[in-house]
Design a protein around this ligand. Sequence first.
Ligand code: ADP
Ligand code: ZN
Ligand code: ZN
Length: 761
Amino acid sequence: MPDKFADIILPVAVKGRFTYRIPEHLSEIAIPGVKVLVQFGNKKIYSGIICKTHNDKPDIKTLRPIIEITDPLPLVNDKQLNLWSWISDYYMCFEGEVMKAAVPSAFFPEGETTTPVNYKYKPKEETFIKLAAPFSDQELNEILDKLKKAPKQAEIVAAYLHLTGYSSQSEIKPIRKSLLLKDSKSSPGIIEVLVKKGILSSVSLEIGRLTDPENRIEPLRKLSDNQLVAYNSITNSFKEKDIVLLHGVTSSGKTEIYIHLIEEQLKLGKQVLYMLPEIALTAQIILRLQRHFGPITGVYHSRFNDQERVEIWNRVTDENLNTGYRLILGVRSSLFLPFSNLGLVIVDEEHDSSYKQHDPAPRYHARDSAIMLASLHKAKTLIGSASPSVESYHNAVIGKYGLTELKERFGQIKLPEIIIANTREAYRKKLMVSHFTPELLTAVDEALGKNEQVILFQNRRGFSPYVECSECGWIPTCVQCAVNLTYHKNINRLVCHYCGYTSAIPSKCGSCNSSGLVTRGFGTEKIEDEIKIVFPNATVGRMDQDTTRSKNSFNKIIKSFEEHRIDILIGTQMISKGLDFENLTVVGILNADNLMNYPDFRAHERSFQLMEQVSGRAGRRQKHGKVVIQTSDPDNKMIRLMLRHDYLNMYKIQIGERSTFNYPPFCRMIKINLKHKDRASLNNFADILGSDLRTFFGKRILGPEYPIISRIQLWYIKTILIKIEKEKPLVRTKEIIMETIARLEKVKGAGALRITIDVDP
Ligand code: ADP
Ligand code: ZN
Ligand code: ZN
């Protein structure tokens, strides 16, 4: 007897799965993973996904039938469904929210629709040119003889033969028209003539939008002795452990080792997922991968449009060894692709905080979810970093993860020399030029003199330029958020970085009416202007949120820097990670202080990681790199440790503090965010929730308190933090939290309150 009922995940923010009746005519195709149309609520039709079919008649009055199944092939497989369910349980969100994050919305028209939508993907086509017939060698000679009087035409035919390596024994290969034109330096009209003469013919072929069929495949590079030791240690660890941490200094060849491990998996017919924290990084690594693995390598991130995401999704589903993607390079959302057969998941720069999604739900950590994903596939996970997160290193120390260390850079290149520049002293001695210390200027000057390149790193957080009254210190703030407005020189306006609100620059102080308004602080834009004044002959580029809005802007800036069309590149976090530039020798960290002075238990760890990461860009080839760290506090512990690239002591200090003050990995944390447009109501509800939670958790509850930014887009915010011992049962804890919140939501007036939960914040 076929199953009669289906539990369905719907893209609605309501708890649970929804049971529908399977009508007789759909009973054959209503299986887990297929997309269905159902009615939800009074009128609305939603697309959802079946996660389970069964015969248990649910105890509800009106059981609705599934309306339609537009595609009998499952859109997602059971491993994906299991991952969604795990994410929704662990991160305390709805499966519908996970589904929305996971499935490209083109497959899945947002929320309600009144008519069934069937998404059709239009493949992209491009014109290719080929020989019109399988000419013999003699025929070809005759053709070329005849074309002697038309040398341009002869050149095209010759270019075609050269590019395809055609001989009468081989097949006729089509090649891209654009490539042929470029190679023969001729014009489309001449190809037309040859087509008319019946020598060439033109065809339209569907091409993968994202891969270049002319990619060459290079053999793998030989691993160095050290790398080989590390490689063997990893593969040995994998015999006993599912997760291995590769702790390798910057430029030790971690990527090279990944490539060898990938090769091994591909040979076994397995898929590989390679995750990076930042889109900017995928640009360089994808080329390195495609060089070896060719067009089975795909890349996935949020800058792709819907249609492109659908194509990537389909190519991951495609099990054909030649046309399917078997290696995916992607950012955190790539773990939702429809993998069926993963052998290895690599999480590079595993310490990076961008792996955690903060908003909207699912608020998942992609490294931890990747480990779960791998285990669903019975695959291995390799996490790598030059400065691992305290949590991961701890897991390695206690033997939960395998640990492999690579302590030297590839090719015996030394780690960069760290120079600490004391800004306080330089200001006192009046040696500062704009925001630059003499040490930094000397280093930049020397590099430019040797025709080498420079990166200047400016962390954006808290250091954006703003306007201030010089009389009374008044600073214009956002009307909707509790933050200072940032001054943007190019548009000459003030902008809120939290909600996008903009305003003209006031002519007078809003408090004392004085007209003495001045700009303060320095962001990347300011640095760019000022460094241009100091080094008028250098070409300066900038990479930050403002210069990378368009899809290809990352690639363009990186390429310009690689091709040395930029001497000095200024940037934010984006340039700190994984990039590999041959001619880059000097890195400047303009302000290390504001990295440290951030009220978060991870601030010191993060500042060390960031400094190590940025400095790791310097001197990766023959030349010895230099890193100048500008700080007003040269005795700071993290900076002293940086001097010696002393990760291990950084770890020891941090793990000690975490243990003393009871922070992860010694406890788990769950953060509850409450938002309300009325401050008094917010305080009231937050207090109710806080004391209710205290009756269960006692001293484990911290807050409620205002976060650093206490109001965003008209919403006042308070947070409550719950710290739970590792040994306590997590499931029960979460249940209590959910029940407590449910009680609060029933209190009169709580309808205008918004509550979100962040697990492992
Ligand atoms: P990491 O990922 O640890 O920062 P990479 O893999 O990017 O290090 O290696 C740093 C540089 O050294 C890269 O330019 C890489 O091409 C080169 N390199 C590393 N290992 C080898 C090798 N075995 N053979 C040739 N070049 C290598
Ligand atoms: Zn705002
Ligand atoms: Zn004033």
